[in-house]
Structure formats: C-alpha cells, structure tokens
Design a protein around this ligand. Structure first.
Ligand code: FES
Length: 146
C-alpha cells in the first residue's frame, strides 16, 4: 500500500468512526445500501415533496389486492434522508393505504434504532412524501388494485 492509499484508508476509517459515533448501525446500513431506491413505474401513486431544509423526496407506490405491494423513493437529501426514505418504503409494504397513512416519523426513527435530533426532520420529509403519495391514490386506482 503506497502512502496515498494509506492516507485515503486512514481518512476513510476516521470518517467511518465519526459516522458510527453519530448514527446507528441501521441508519448507516440503510443509507449506504438502500434497497428501495429508484423509480417504480408504472405506479398507482407518486408524490414529490420538498421539505423546509430544501431537500426533495419522491415516493412511488404500487398496490395489489388492496395493500401496498411495493414502494420506492428517490431523494437529493442527506444520508439520513436516504435511510428514512428506505425505511418508510420498507415499513409500508403489506399495509393498506389507511394503515400506511398512520405511519409516523417516530415509527421510522424507531425502526432505524434512533436518529440524532437534528435529523428528525428527515423522517418527517419521508413520511410527508409518503402521505402525499397516498393522498394521490384515486378511488379508481384503489379499486383496480383490489
Ligand atoms: Fe434535508 Fe436531511 S437535511 S432531508
């Protein structure tokens, strides 16, 4: 390993250590390897929402048999926003739209084994975007997906 490689590796270790001190292992895992990232088309519902921090999230929902069969997201937000988007689109799979509407930012934060206070709004961004997508579900879409 040459000097530059060693320096990069040390730097990466330092960054990893700092992140582990701030975020739970679950947050880091969801932020680094999001399984629901990307467009879901055709979708039964889609919404895009920009939070007060200026970051935007999009959520897509696919229904089957009256329940959410698949959900996905995209965001230009921070790492915690990726973790929250991934977690909320994981939590709602198998739920009816009404049940998914009950999901709270705290549920997402709990499922992530916690978030620093300053990142709580990232969970709100994910949940608000989900709710906006659910609000866009047309009765016709819901019936067709039964
Ligand atoms: Fe904007 Fe996290 S800082 S979503």
């Amino acid at each position: 390993m040459d000097r530059l490689d060693r320096l990069v590796s040390e730097l990466q270790n330092e960054i990893d250590e700092k992140e582990r001190a701030i975020y739970s292992a679950r947050v880091l895992e969801q932020a680094r390897n999001p399984t629901n990232l990307g467009r879901l088309e055709p979708a039964d519902a889609h919404a895009s929402y920009t939070g007060w921090c200026g970051d935007t999230m999009e959520v897509w929902i696919h229904l089957q048999g009256g329940a959410i069969r698949q959900a996905s997201f995209m965001t230009d937000g921070c790492g915690p926003a990726v973790a929250c988007g991934n977690m909320v689109t994981t939590l709602v799979v198998g739920m009816t739209p009404d049940e998914a509407n009950q999901v709270q930012p705290q549920d997402v934060i709990r499922a992530l084994d916690g978030l620093p206070e300053e990142s709580a709004h990232c969970a709100e961004l994910a949940v608000t975007t989900l709710r906006r997508a659910l609000a866009g579900l047309q009765p016709r879409d819901a019936a067709a997906a039964q």
